[in-house]
Design a protein around this ligand. Structure first.
Ligand SMILES: Nc1ncnc2c1ncn2[C@@H]1O[C@H](COP(=O)(O)OP(=O)(O)O)[C@@H](O)[C@H]1O
Ligand SMILES: [Mg+2]
Length: 299
């Protein structure tokens, strides 16, 4: 099931940067362009498993309560997976567990495996700085560094080292283009990133994550602090970048999950209740609990 030959060709890198970085709408509606979006999806080959979560159980050492129970889930290269579920069900914990970002702040206890390209990310031999470069993260609240726009995007590249100025310029431009921010900032790359609007800051954080060429981008409610136009921009860029990148996005907005994702995972109380193609989850869910949640019978 897992491609064992893949990761071997990936360059090993020196440390990479770490980021620290609701609209509730219970009526799931597909965008008018659904048929167009779905035909695009059909053209993509989503067969290769990039990430496989195998009987994964998680607790924070401080509380001893089990937060994630026996999660089994795979993610295919190039797809967009949405994670939905009530507050406190463990969505953020699951996301953070994938690139072990919680270990920056808290000791944790895990059982089971999270396999990335055939390697368990919890294997003691894993270099977490490389892991976090391969699995980038964008947080709910935009968290640019108090540096210039250019330096924010180039931050990870400088940590990795070995890039010429010309190479960095090229990657900074490409990442800002991919994050749909280039046109708005190309004439002020040396100005402080904190002067950007919230929506621009979030796209800058996406550009910063993209600059080090991650294979997977984890997004924890990336639009919940943004206005509808900025939200639309982020959804559009996910739509454009899927295929090239793999996205796992936690969202409270079920319309957003329906619009952007190929598959949707519904979690409750630390358990994965249902994981199916998004259209199925929102039109004909397998589990009664999923239907009750989607129809707003509980929150
Ligand atoms: N650092 C922590 N230490 C102890 N418990 C935590 C910590 N962070 C989250 N939790 C608990 O883990 C559970 C899942 O939280 P979380 O993953 O943030 O849920 P969600 O993102 O779905 O709202 C909650 O019960 C929460 O209280
Ligand atoms: Mg959360």
């Amino acid at each position: 099931m897992l491609p064992n030959d893949a990761g071997t060709s990936k360059p090993k890198a020196t440390p990479v940067f770490r980021e620290e970085s609701q609209q509730t709408d219970n009526t799931p509606v597909f965008r008018d362009s659904t048929s167009e979006v779905h035909s695009q999806k059909e053209q993509r080959t989503l067969t290769e498993v990039i990430l496989s979560i195998e009987k994964f159980t998680f607790s924070y050492a401080s509380s001893k309560t089990t937060v994630l129970h026996n999660i089994v889930m795979d993610v295919k290269r190039g797809e967009v997976v949405a994670i939905i579920g009530p507050s406190g069900c463990g969505k953020s914990t699951l996301l953070k567990a994938i690139n072990r970002i919680h270990e920056v702040s808290y000791p944790v206890h895990v059982e089971g495996k999270i396999m990335l390209w055939g390697e368990n990310v919890y294997d003691p031999k894993v270099d977490v700085s490389v892991l976090r470069r391969r699995v980038g993260m964008v947080f709910q609240k935009p968290n640019p560094f108090p540096k210039s726009i250019y330096d924010n995007v180039a931050y990870g590249l400088k940590l990795i080292g070995g890039y010429t100025k010309a190479q960095m310029d090229e990657i900074v431009e490409r990442s800002l283009q991919q994050a749909a921010l280039w046109d708005e900032v190309k004439d002020r790359l040396q100005t402080n990133a904190l002067g950007l609007s919230g929506g621009q800051q979030q796209r800058l954080c996406i550009a910063r994550a993209l600059a080090t060429s991650p294979e997977i981008l984890l997004m924890d409610e990336p639009c919940s602090a943004l206005d509808p136009i900025s939200t639309q921009r982020i959804e559009d860029l996910i739509d454009q970048l899927k295929g090239e990148y793999t996205f796992i996005i936690v969202t409270h907005n079920m319309q957003q999950a329906a619009r952007v994702s190929d598959r949707t995972a519904f979690m409750m109380q630390g358990r994965l209740i249902e994981y199916n193609p998004t259209e199925k989850v929102f039109t004909k869910p397998e589990q009664q609990l999923t239907e009750d949640y989607i129809l707003g019978r509980f929150g």
